[in-house]
Each structure stands twice: as C-alpha cells, then as structure tokens.
Design a protein around this ligand. Structure first.
Ligand code: NDP
Ligand code: 2IT
Length: 453
C-alpha cells in the first residue's frame, strides 16, 4: 500500500470511529497528512500499525458531575479526561471548562498535546480533560462546589507519575486551587497532581506567564531566522485570557506594539497600544467583560462580535505586521487570512490550540506568511508545567529568572527542531510539518520500543 493510501485508510477509519467529532478529525487530518515524507522514508510505522494506534486514546473517562447551585438546586454537567498517550511519560495536559466542551473537542486537544509535549524534549505524555460547565456568571461558591464535585471523580484517575492535569480555557489559578484542596481532602496527600498551582502551595514562578511569554519567544526566533525582529512591529492579539494577557505583556517587553484583544462578545482596537494594566484589572481581577475597557479608555474602539465580518474575527482586519491568535480553535478563517495577507502581515503565531482553519492555513502558506504552529508556539505553558513537576519532585523552588531562562531555551530548541526537521524532510520553512514530524517521531519510536501495549 502506498503511504498516501495508508494515511487515507487510517483517516477514514478515524472518521468512522469518531462520528461527529469534527475538531478531532481536523486535527488528525492535519497531523497525518504532514507525516507523509517521514513515512515514505521509514516503513516501520506502517509495519507496527503506529498510525492506527496513535489516533486512539489509551483511555477515555467520562463522568457525571452533580453540584448544588446557590438556589439549592442540583445541577448536572459532564466531566471528561482523555488519557491519550503515555509512550514517553505520564499523561499531561489541561482541563477546559466551557459550554462548548464535548468528547470531540477534548480528543482533539489531547491528540495535539501528544506531539506538543514530545516537542518540548521533556518526558511527558499527552492527555486533556474538562467539562461543559460554564464558569461565566457563576458565583465564587458555585465555581468552588463544581470544582470539588469534579475532583471527586477525577482524583481516582490522576497521580504525579500517572496523569497531571493543568489549566486551559475557563480553568486558572482559582479553579486549580479548589481542585487541589479537594484532592488533598479526599486522599490526605499533598502531592504535585496538578500544575499551575499557587506559588504558596507548590506552584512554579513563571507558569502563569509561560504560554504567552513562550509564544512571543517562538515568534522572535521565527522572525530572526528571516533576518527580522519583533521590535517596532504592530501586533494583533485575540483573546483576553491567560495566554493573550501574557502575550501582550511580553510583546511590550520586546518593543512591539499590541493593538487588539478580544473576548467572545467583542474586540478592542487600541491604536496607541493595549492598556495592559487596565486589561488585567478587568479580566484577572474583575472577571468582567472587555466592553468595560472603553469606559476608561474612550480613545480605543470596541467592535461588538455582531459587527464582525461574516465568518471572521475583527482582530485580523486591522493593519498589523504579526498576528497572535490566542483565544480558541478555528478563530482565524479564510476571510481573516486574506485580510491579514492583504494588510502585509508577516507572521501568524498560534497561541491558542488549532486557531487557524485548514483553508486559512493553506492561504497563508501560499502567501508566504511565516506560520508558528500551535503545538510548537504555545508549548511553553506545558513545558513550564513540567518544570513545576520537576520542582515538586525535588522539593525545590526556582526563581522566576531561572524558570524564564529555561523556558526561553526550550522555546529556542522547539523552534530549531521544527525548522531543522522540516528541512531534513524536504519541506523547507514549513514549521507545521517540521513540528508534526519531530513530535510524532519520538512518540512513535517509543511505542515501537515498548511493544504491543
Ligand atoms: P482563558 O479562559 O484564560 O481565556 C480564553 C479567552 O478566549 C477569553 O478571552 C475567552 O473569551 C476567549 N474565548 C474562549 N472561547 C471562545 C469562543 N468560543 N469564542 C470566542 N472567544 C472565546 O483561556 P487561555 O488563555 O488559557 O486559553 C486560550 C487558548 O490557548 C486556548 O485555545 C487554549 O487551549 C490555549 N492554550 C492555553 C494554555 C495555557 O497554559 N493556559 C497552554 C497552551 C494553549 P470569553 O471570556 O468571552 O469566553
Ligand atoms: O494546551 C496546553 O498545552 C495547556 N492547556 C497546558 C497544559 C499543561 O499541562 O500545562
């Protein structure tokens, strides 16, 4: 069977076995297609059925989460943990709380996480979890009761050498704190079973900033490769959560000018530069909507989501040199890619997971826009989670500067590995292919070494 036929066979099996899981199918299609040059050189992956095996999670846990709301009514949500691949280390990956969460979303995120974690060069396997619980509009006590109820079941499946969850959309320091407290209460053990913990109780300095900072480090390395730098660049950023905020902060450190941010209700366009302290005040402290921003900064523009271009996102229609999609999947579409290329955008760097649609990616590639793929560009978060695990295991506390220096080095290695692998496999400059091939190879070779487990 030709390599093309082998890939298509596995993809059609995947579509058949995962009906309706369109995000998961999108992720497998992207990864498997990009592996063609590797499979053409090495027939072991076909011989050992690696593609068939790698697209199926080792374990899927789905559970009911009952919790009591402030009115005394029992509410029910669905909880998930997908333990996707443990060939190179314990399962590692975030938890997402968002009403859109379903099994297909968690599987896509878990699948991506396998290769992302491998690319960091650290020994962490891939997993992901979450719930369709919506923290928005809930009281502190409701969020706490939900997190506690969620951990009652999750606690049976995690462990510092088994599976170590962290944050993702809708899960940050507050939620991780409630979950950690509940784990301790249930088991009587103070263990590093989560990352992104508070720095007073086992967390690592620098983890909160790591995904955004890492994304900007990756972008700088990519631009440097082409003789350019972020200095003086106008940057569009989407989202206004953990990844977006620390992307904006690091862009300022690099003397770039971030001019946009967004939430699901609308986009802020601030030509003079996003007011970072105001943004943190609204989002991190106030947990409010971004529309608050223009009340204090009337010189900025607020574009409600209802006024976005059809199928597009307002962030990508302002003039910018670099774009940092940092909100959610499929938020940068073909119409957005066309607007970015037309406005002279040089780089798209994915802070979010799979934010660029396949047709948008194809268009950007054809128009020679440098592309930092998610599993490389946003790997700084999970890499720093592993640094937190390392500190927990040795009962050490590293300084912010120490962690940041390690993160910087890891991001450079990830960039170099993606770039060099693309070159080695005849797809020069294609960082997406390079990242997928390098991430896959280490995991697949380990699966072969470990036999039919
Ligand atoms: P947060 O919950 O902190 O922020 C998410 C942001 O994205 C919010 O501004 C939110 O707006 C917006 N958003 C979420 N879903 C949607 C949607 N369906 N439509 C429009 N806007 C949306 O999450 P993070 O910043 O942690 O995560 C952002 C992205 O980065 C995700 O793709 C995540 O998987 C990825 N990522 C996160 C890492 C981490 O360490 N946290 C590591 C690597 C990747 P609103 O408040 O209105 O919902
Ligand atoms: O998508 C991701 O890499 C994350 N949400 C972070 C995972 C982690 O374990 O730190």
């Amino acid at each position: 069977m030709s390599v093309r036929d082998y890939i298509e066979k596995v993809l059609s099996q995947t579509a058949k076995n995962s009906p309706g899981q369109k995000e998961f199918y999108q992720a497998t299609e992207e990864v498997l297609h990009s592996l063609k040059p590797l499979l053409e050189r090495d027939d072991r992956y076909d011989k050992y059925n690696i593609l068939e095996r790698i697209v199926v999670p080792e374990r899927i846990i789905i559970f009911r989460v009952n919790w009591v709301d402030d009115s005394g009514k029992i509410q029910t949500n669905i909880g998930y943990r997908v333990q996707f691949n443990s060939a190179i280390g314990p399962y590692k990956g975030g938890l997402r709380f968002h009403p859109s969460v379903n099994l297909g979303i968690i599987k896509f995120l878990g699948f991506e996480q396998i290769f992302k974690n491998s690319l960091t060069g650290l020994n962490i396997g891939g997993g992901k979890g979450g719930s369709n619980f919506d923290p928005k509009g809930k009281s502190e006590n409701e969020v706490m009761r939900f997190c506690q109820a969620f951990m009652i079941e999750l606690s049976r499946h995690i462990g510092e050498r088994r599976d170590v969850p962290a944050g993702d959309i809708g899960v940050g320091g507050r939620e991780l704190g409630y979950m950690f407290g509940q784990y301790k209460k249930l088991t009587g053990k103070f263990e590093g079973i989560l990352t992104g913990k508070g720095v007073n109780w086992g967390g690592s300095l620098g983890r909160k900033e790591a995904t955004g900072f890492g994304s900007v480090y990756f972008a700088e390395h990519a631009l440097n490769k082409y003789g350019d730098t972020l200095k003086g660049k106008t940057c569009a950023v989407s989202g206004s959560g953990n990844v977006a905020i620390y992307t904006i902060q690091k862009l300022y450190d690099m003397d770039a000018l971030p001019v946009t941010c967004s939430d699901s209700d609308g986009t802020i366009y601030h030509k003079e530069g996003i007011d970072l302290e105001l943004l943190k005040g609204i989002k991190e402290i106030g947990r409010k909507r971004l529309s608050e921003y223009i009340k204090l900064r009337p010189d900025a523009k607020y574009i409600p989501a209802s006024k976005y271009p059809k199928d597009g996102h307002a962030c990508w229609h302002v003039k910018c040199d670099c774009a940092f999609p940092s909100a959610t999947q499929n938020e940068l579409t073909l119409i957005d890619a066309k607007a970015l290329a037309k406005n002279g955008c040089k780089l798209v760097n994915e802070g979010a997971n799979m934010p660029t649609t396949p047709d948008a990616y194809k268009y950007l590639k054809e128009h020679k826009v440098i592309f930092g793929p998610a599993k490389a560009a946003n790997a700084g978060g999970v890499a720093t989670s592993q640094l937190e695990m390392s500190q927990n295991a040795s009962m050490a506390n590293w300084s912010f500067a120490e962690v940041d220096a390690k993160l910087h080095k890891i991001m450079k290695n990830i960039f170099d590995t993606s770039y060099e692998t693309a070159k080695e496999y005849g797809c020069d400059g294609d960082l997406l292919a390079g990242a997928n091939i390098a991430g896959f190879k280490k995991v697949a070779d380990s699966m072969i070494d470990q036999g039919s487990v």
